[in-house]
Design a protein around this ligand. Structure first.
Ligand code: F6R
Length: 366
């Protein structure tokens, strides 16, 4: 069942080009963002909404944080993202015109299910589930459903489910923008093209595995690591830190790079490896200067850049370049190297990669 791979996690990381292809198939086939993709009632529902609230846990929550950037900048919809277990116990101000989007790989996460029930009890009846398991509890309790087609995910650490959630959220963004009349034909074409290219670009990123395996040696003997990103790549820094914590048991934290000087910079010395997610985007120059703050304190910097971000290696600055710049879908592409870094670090440490201690695949308790 594992084929040439050592663990389900490694296999699932490598299945991502296929998982992404399957998850975008309907869009590519119809050559556009058809509202029906979200179910019969989607057209009416999407017409009535004025904002979005995303509820999820763990990695799925980070997919939601990424989507906020797309939904606000492309669809113009105010979007909040909240951890399900926090939302359900908080007194909030319900808005019946808000679309509640739950994201859950398993569709059975109790915290997310209870958050959905709580939203409904407040009269928030416009609900959409993004889920990887057909007919599981959360989609069954939702008005609209979009299934990702990652296939069964067995490794406890989520990988292919995460990147397929991201494409689902990108498709949702384009569909909402189109329906609201704020998506030009040129933009629709650009977003379709971005989706068409992503499986091949991800394959190119997977080919970086030997280089990343080398880097893992510098992490396996450390107690701590810091992950930095800005803007739409900050959630990918969070995801990278979570992956490393979960499977290698190395304490890792993620920060938006601009926050560094407001506290965490005090942690940086030569024993703190710092991973920087730095593809070419509007904030790249800012990220570069944040990186200098780390270098000035002796921190070793490991940069995941892309072809367009023009990073040179220098003393203490290690760079791996993903072979393409993929614009809006860049968070998907940059998920790959952080997954591989966590995987190879855990492998060197000899931890149980597919079943890390204390964790369960589907968290059906509070
Ligand atoms: C991390 C991970 C967890 C899950 C979280 C939500 O690798 O797997 O953080 O993402 O427990 O699970 P789902 O998406 O099934 O609701």
């Amino acid at each position: 069942e594992l084929g040439p791979y050592s663990h389900f996690m490694q296999k699932e990381i490598h299945e991502q080009p296929r998982a992404l292809t399957d998850s975008i198939e309907a869009v590519i086939d119809s050559n556009g963002f058809d509202v029906e993709l979200f179910g019969d009632e989607a057209a009416g529902t999407f017409r009535d909404i004025d904002s979005i609230l995303i509820l999820a846990a763990g990695t799925s929550y980070y997919a939601g944080l990424t989507a906020k950037y797309w939904l606000e900048s492309i669809a113009g919809l105010p979007t909040s993202v909240e951890i399900a277990s926090e939302y359900r116990y908080r007194v909030s101000v319900p808005n019946p015109r808000q679309l509640i989007v739950t994201i859950s790989q398993s569709g059975e996460t109790l915290d997310t299910m209870e958050a959905l029930k709580h939203a409904k009890s407040l009269g928030q009846t416009q609900t959409l589930s993004i889920c990887n398991v057909q007919e599981s509890a959360i989609p069954r309790a939702s008005k609209l459903v979009f299934y990702t087609r990652a296939g069964a995910e067995i490794g406890v650490a989520s990988t292919k489910a995460f990147t397929t959630q991201l494409v689902a959220l990108f498709i949702l963004t384009a569909t909402l923008a189109k329906q609201r009349g704020v998506l030009s034909q040129a933009q629709e074409h650009e977003m379709l093209e971005a989706l068409r290219q992503i499986p091949a670009s991800v394959q190119h990123a997977l080919n970086l595995e030997p280089q990343i395996r080398e880097w893992a040696k510098a992490f396996a003997n450390k107690q701590h690591a810091l992950f930095l990103g800005r803007g739409i790549h900050y959630p990918i820094a969070l995801e990278g830190a979570l992956k490393l914590k979960e499977i290698s048991y190395i304490h890792a934290e993620a920060y938006p790079a601009g926050e560094l000087k407001h506290g965490p910079l005090a942690l940086v010395d030569e024993n703190m490896p710092v991973v920087v997610i730095a593809p070419n985007d509007a904030l790249l120059e800012k990220v570069k200067s944040n990186m200098q703050e780390v270098r000035a304190r002796g921190g070793q910097v490991y940069v995941f850049a892309d072809l367009d971000s023009h990073f040179g290696e220098s003393e203490g600055v290690h760079v791996i370049r993903t072979p393409r710049h993929v614009g809006l879908l860049s968070p998907i592409l940059h998920s790959i190297p952080v997954q591989l870094l966590a995987y190879h670090t855990a492998l060197l440490k000899g931890t149980d990669v597919d079943k890390p201690r204390n964790l369960a695949k589907s968290v059906t308790v509070e």
